[in-house]
Design a protein around this ligand. Structure first.
Ligand code: 5GP
Ligand code: MG
Ligand code: MG
Length: 183
């Protein structure tokens, strides 16, 4: 969906389709170089990472496998607690494999921190993280993020996989919502 179609809902486009796609091409080139000669399993975290996974993986000119996890973070309101439940686990056995986690956004990093230690406990050859967006607070966690698309300011964004009440995931851009949308 193009941003014009919901013009009144948005406050400001933070990243255009062009900016997103050219950054993904650069990230794919880095990934391709770093994993040369290695087998890679891309692990996407549902649902937000669907767009990043689709576009990033298609910027790669090599074979990769794709798998998905869905996790839910316990906690009230909009803050994640770091206590996580697996809703859908991987289909693949990752022992001895190079795993690259593909994320939409890292805010507190609590969910990701849990996920990385869960994956590490399964004996993979390596676990690295790739995220399209990262917020300032993510710097406080101990998780090392190898590939970052964009560092963005600390405001709530939607689009390109990210939702507000399950809407806006199909926007081609990343944008902030107009204040009247938070009813
Ligand atoms: P955390 O890093 O705090 O554990 O949680 C990351 C998750 O919180 C993301 O996967 C996403 O679902 C949600 N999240 C964090 N910041 C934003 C944001 O600005 N917009 C949207 N739509 N979701 C966000
Ligand atoms: Mg996510
Ligand atoms: Mg959400």
């Amino acid at each position: 969906m193009d941003p014009q179609h919901i013009d009144g809902d948005l406050e400001k486009v933070v990243l255009s389709e062009q900016e997103i796609q050219s950054r993904l091409a650069e990230m794919a080139a880095d990934i391709q170089r770093d994993y040369e000669g290695k087998d890679v399993l891309l692990v996407g975290v549902l649902k937000g990472a669907v767009m990043v996974m689709a576009d990033l993986s298609r910027h790669l000119s090599r074979h990769v496998e794709i798998d998905w996890m869905d996790v839910s973070s316990y906690g009230s309101g909009t803050r994640s607690s770091g206590v996580v439940r697996i809703i859908k686990d991987l289909d693949a056995d990752i022992s001895g494999r190079h795993v690259l986690v593909v994320e939409d956004i890292i805010d507190t990093g609590l969910t990701l921190s849990w996920l990385v230690s869960n994956l590490r406990s399964r004996g993979p050859a390596s676990v690295e993280i790739c995220t399209m967006l990262r917020k300032p607070e993510a710097a406080k966690t101990d998780v090392d993020v190898k590939y970052v698309g964009f560092d963005i300011p600390n405001s709530f964004v939607v689009g390109y996989g990210l939702d507000y009440a399950e809407r806006y995931r199909n926007l081609r851009v990343v944008a902030t919502l107009a204040p009247h949308m938070y009813s």
